[in-house]
Write a protein that binds this ligand. Structure first.
Ligand SMILES: [Zn+2]
Length: 133
């Protein structure tokens, strides 16, 4: 489970300076917008869910709204960060199509010293096919 882009294993092969230089291009508002988007979506769902319980028990209603809001925000945030990683991996694969990747897209293993067609760490292919969709 990743919470920030800097945790993605695709960046493990970079030096600290390279990683910082790349991550500097990420707008500061990225995480705030992802959390805000997740919160708004889940609060709407939580209100719709909790409102049905108001007639049964106001305390249960508030508890449900709080639990669904918190849990839903985490789930929706994780879906967004996974999508972000998928888009980044696709961009990297497009940039290296037809070539050997300098790192494994599966686990982030540094492949610069390897001549194998498969990652020695996880077995993923190290050469991106020449054509991608
Ligand atoms: Zn690997």
């Amino acid at each position: 489970m990743y919470w920030r882009v800097g945790q993605f294993p695709e960046l493990n092969h970079l030096t600290a300076e390279e990683r910082e230089r790349i991550l500097r291009h990420l707008p500061r508002s990225t995480y705030f917008l992802m959390v805000a988007r997740a919160f708004v979506v889940t609060v709407v769902v939580a209100l719709l869910t909790g409102a049905r319980l108001a007639k049964v028990s106001p305390a249960l209603c508030l508890t449900t709204i709080a639990a669904v809001s918190l849990g839903g925000t985490v789930v929706v945030y994780q879906l967004q960060i996974r999508h972000f990683r998928r888009v980044m991996r696709r961009s990297i694969a497009m940039a290296f199509r037809g070539e050997r990747l300098p790192f494994c897209l599966g686990c982030g293993y540094d492949l610069r010293g390897s001549n194998s067609d498969a990652c020695p760490e996880c077995g993923a292919m190290t050469i991106v096919p020449g054509t991608l969709q």
